[in-house]
Design a protein around this ligand. Structure first.
Ligand code: PHE
Length: 342
């Protein structure tokens, strides 16, 4: 075929295809087909070899003109397509700054935290100071100094996680009593909240739980002072109508020792499921600080007496909010947690 004809044909072909190009991506492909290294125009140029020398200059001109014209066609189309595509992108990515923001759910205090804060507030109001002891404790503070030497049967009351012969995860915040009394002379009025650990796991026990310890040491304190303080505390946390009862018990570090019960705030004492029909609910252990414990801390038991009280915070939270499984307090399920606001 004559080169001129071929040129005409290519021009027609380009005009035809160009009409249907809708995206810059197809445009690139078509461009390659004509202008690429092995495209139609380039192969025409390669054929110049077969053209007689005298015709070459004019032929070369024609082909160059074709190449230039083709490039112009594509460039025009390209800038048109690009601006259309850009506009489309802008439209897609348009942000309406007047739209309302994402509605993030409000956080809420965990029920254990709510109760802890409430307990702390009550005792701070009574003039207590807060002391926080270590969770990794040595045998001395957790047991021996609390009148529970090695081989004392009362060690069995608490299934202990030992870390070594001498180190353990504290089983009770009572260890804080010793740390305070060693360093502070009476009068002492200390509140010690914190995590404790016991190898125990069921619906009402967890291997890690929270306790709150209360210790008062001064001249002339008696069990009546303990009872009076507990009465007031219980009324503030469970309600004015709730009464306190002390039941004889045993702890190595208190003498006498008592179990602290409150009249059932659910049924008022007549007996229900919460109090298992007894009318009373146990909330903690307490007693007069054993004189051997005071002596061990360098406090003269003939001059000073003290009382201590310890409670399980999760247990109070369960009672207060009617939670029947302790696991709920540790699982972090938001369906449960979002029911508490505070
Ligand atoms: N530490 C005891 C316990 O964990 C509770 C307690 C505290 C008892 C203070 C008496 C005085 O069971």
């Amino acid at each position: 075929m004559d080169v001129k004809e071929k040129i005409k044909q290519i021009e027609n072909q380009i005009e035809d295809t160009i009409k249907d190009i809708k995206s810059s991506q197809t445009l690139q492909e078509i461009k390659l087909k004509f202008l690429g290294k092995s495209g139609e125009i380039s192969s025409l140029m390669k054929n110049m070899r077969d053209v007689p020398p005298e015709e070459r200059p004019s032929m070369g001109k024609l082909l160059n003109a074709l190449r230039q014209w083709t490039e112009e066609q594509f460039n025009k189309l390209e800038s048109g397509l690009k601006s259309i595509e850009l506009e489309k992108r802008y439209a897609n990515e348009k942000i309406d700054v007047t739209m309302p923001g994402l509605d993030l759910p409000d956080g809420a205090y965990h029920p254990t935290t709510l109760v802890t804060k409430e307990l702390i507030n009550i005792f701070l109001g009574m003039g207590f100071e807060i002391f926080e002891g270590p969770e990794i404790e040595n045998d001395y503070y957790n047991f021996t100094a609390l009148n529970t030497p090695k081989d004392h049967p009362a060690r069995d009351m608490q299934d202990t996680f030992y870390l070594s012969e001498n180190l353990l995860l504290r089983t009770q915040t009572s260890s804080g009593q010793i740390r305070v009394m060693e360093n502070k002379k009476p009068p002492i009025k200390i509140l010690s909240p914190g995590k404790v650990y016991r190898s125990d796991d069921d619906a009402t026990h967890s291997p890690m739980f929270s306790q709150m310890e209360m210790l008062v040491v001064d001249k002339g304190l008696t069990l009546c002072d303990l009872q009076g303080m507990l009465d007031e505390f219980v009324k503030r946390i469970f309600g004015r109508g709730v009464k306190t009862r002390l039941r004889p018990s045993y702890f190595p570090f208190t003498e006498p020792s008592v179990e602290v019960d409150v009249s059932c705030f659910e049924c008022g004492g007549s007996g229900c499921r919460l109090c298992k029909g007894t009318g009373w609910i146990e909330v903690g252990g307490a007693g007069m600080v054993n004189r051997r414990v005071l002596e061990g801390c360098g406090i003269n038991p003939d001059e000073y007496t003290g009382f201590a009280f310890g409670l399980g915070i999760e247990r109070i939270a369960m009672l207060k909010y009617g939670i029947n499984n302790m696991k709920l307090l540790f699982e972090g399920d938001t369906r449960f947690l979002k029911q508490f606001k505070g």
